[in-house]
Design a protein around this ligand. Sequence first.
Ligand code: B12
Ligand code: SF4
Length: 496
Amino acid sequence: MIFINSSSKDSFKIFQSFSPIFVPFGIGYLMATLDRNNIKSYYVDEVFEKDAFEKILEICKNINKPYIFGFNVLTVSYKNALILSVKLKNKFPESIVVFGGIHSTMMPEESLLNDTVDIVVRGEAENIIVDLFNCLKRRNYPTQLNGISYKSGGKIIHNSENFNQVRLSELPEFPYKYFENNNYNLGYVMTARGCPYNCIFCSKISRSSNVRFMEKTQVLDNLEILYEKYNIKHVGFLDDDFLCNQNRVYDLCELLRSSKLYNKMTFSFAARADNCNAEVLKMMYSSGFRSVFLGFETASEDIMKSLKKGEKLTSVIEAIKVVKNANLSVSTNFIFGLPGENREVRRKAFKYAKDLKLDLVKYNNATPFPGTELYNIAVAENRLNVVGKYENFLATAVLTENPFKKIRIPFVPKGNTENQIRYDILFGTFIFYFNFRRLKYIFTKQDLSNSWYYFGKNAKELSKNIFKILILFVILFIKFSEMLILYPFLSKNRNR
Ligand code: B12
Ligand code: SF4
């Protein structure tokens, strides 16, 4: 089986060169699961591979037919996954194309309506991947497997959901050996899966509301591998809400403090604001935790309620103060262009960013990912703007788009224009970062960036990138200049 991590290459490449490249955890665990069953699998990453198709042809020379191509598909990478599947099917008509990942999980029919997609795997797949592989190798359809959608007699069949949840304590060790080349920033772990909330803007791979955790010793073993084998000194925890089980955090911190990693590694994490309390943060700081990402989302209490996050604006504000008191740095994002929002709300966000002395802030454009309630709202209000096959479904599009070839914002709520949202995002970014202290922070505290950017490990690497950094500055200069010229005229835009 050849796994393909599909990627959108259409966004402006200069920003991509400063984004850390993550190891694809989903594919990694699937490969390790196959490995454990003595099944060899292969892997191609479109994120950095110049010609993924050629690379796949190379691999195919050494494996037996039927070839099985397994794609990990996010909404923004759906188009490229399809393009590659067409090329592969043309070359190997007998091959089997499987789409997995969040986008196909949310939209299985849409994927299967393409002639080149044979099977969609919905949800997490460690506990079915071996059976799936064995079936497909025998050229059988996995009709009995839960979590599968496929075509039969011109119809699309959806087998029932895979209720048998993956237990993280039973996962094999993460197979770093497949990802050792220099393209990846290995310093991330994901030690829990699942989230009990249902925010209207969030895609969730598992519909179940329970959160599953790795054993603390598993986590420590993973960190030790990263430190000892790969010399990683800062690790970001990608768990949706690292603080959701505080007893586990206490235990893990205790284990860390008594381990050989103590004082050698630092960590960052993401959490919900309502779980931040002074006591746990103090203990985390003493165990090496240095930065936290909190989703601020909006500066309006009413909109916060409508997001169904189960959180209050006041608790986010309080949490930021508590985090800062505990000496941790805090980064956050606001979503601009949410239903019910206006420019006043966005201006309030700028004020919060300044008054609360946030370390890093991102203003994203609201993106109604398929399967989310926001998507349904956008459809119901006839305000869903899909370009091609979701090529514009990028929450950071405003900042990273080519200034000469703008990306259409996928949802513009009533009472706003696209340009108001676009230039408010740029304005907020400009006033926040046009500041010597913050620019210094960006370049000197990269570990604390919660993986938003990566300019190089040290002064030497950074200087190698100096030319690209200059180009980046020129592009930002063009964007901000345009914004500053147009900004005074924006309020005059007529609301739709
Ligand atoms: C790490 C991460 C990233 C990393 C790496 C992304 C990657 N390719 O893995 C980075 C920072 C680069 C990133 C970027 C973005 N991300 Co992101 N990211 C995540 C995060 C936090 C973890 C992903 C992960 O490792 N999950 C754990 C593994 C185990 O799950 P998994 O990947 O889904 O894989 C399992 C199943 O899907 C299935 N599976 C997956 N692939 C395949 C293939 C086959 C053949 C089979 C059978 C099964 C299968 O089996 C796997 C194992 O169980 C998720 C949130 C989350 N909790 O999952 C968001 C998430 C995936 N990201 C999201 C988004 C929106 C983005 C961005 C578009 C953000 C933006 N700027 O707008 C960019 C897009 C980047 C790009 N150009 O492709 C959304 C995706 C929504 C969507 N519908 O596409 C998510 C779900 C967050 C959210 N809740 O909204 N992201
Ligand atoms: S945004 Fe965070 S809290 Fe909300 S559903 Fe997604 S992971 Fe859960």
